[in-house]
Design a protein around this ligand. Structure first.
Ligand code: ZN
Length: 184
């Protein structure tokens, strides 16, 4: 019962802190749908049952995209959860191209929990790019995102075959539909 309570508390905390934010897709879905999907992928596809990893999945974008701080997460959800969130948090003081390059470089060195969250995050984001693309993104930008996602995930492999297989299917669909590789 304690675990259910912790998960719902994290979901409510993330929902409150992301309130007013929307996903980039043209449907304008509430942002909280994304961390919920990441946690759901870990449970349903990856069969992950580690409470700290699932809690971190719900909170994974709070430090990067809201006013939430690391110490706030530590005191409310514990150091193990806060550590995973911080591992998947980009340094927003760096220029975007550098943050993207660092994600590729850091991926192989992440803890197992952070690798799982990042893998599910990339599945969720590429699914969105495929099914609910932002209206101001052209094919070139979608293509670049998919290719970058594939190179980040290359550094996360060997952690959860079911999630990796799921990612490969989404990436393959994206390559066919956006990158036009099926036209040959
Ligand atoms: Zn995310």
């Amino acid at each position: 019962m304690d675990n259910e309570k912790r998960l719902l508390d994290a979901a409510a905390f993330a929902a409150r802190n992301h309130s007013g934010q929307k996903r980039k897709g043209k449907d304008g879905e509430p942002y909280i749908n994304h961390p919920l999907e990441v946690a759901n992928l870990l449970i349903s596809v990856g069969a992950v049952d580690d409470i700290n990893i699932l809690t971190a999945a719900l909170l994974h974008d709070t430090v990067e995209d809201t006013a939430t701080t690391q110490s706030e997460l530590e005191s409310r959800f514990g150091t193990a959860v806060a550590d995973i969130v911080m591992e998947v948090t980009d340094d927003k003081l760096l220029p975007k191209h550098q943050r993207k390059r660092l994600q590729v470089e850091h991926a192989p060195h992440l803890s197992p929990g952070a690798k799982l969250v990042k893998l599910a995050d990339k599945i969720s984001n590429i699914t969105d790019i495929l099914e609910r693309p932002p209206s101001d993104w052209d094919d070139q930008r979608r293509r670049e995102y998919v290719e970058w996602g594939i190179s980040v995930v290359a550094g996360l492999r060997g952690i959860n075959p079911a999630l990796e297989e799921h990612f490969d299917q989404i990436a393959k669909r994206a390559e066919m539909e956006i990158c036009g590789l099926a036209e040959e």
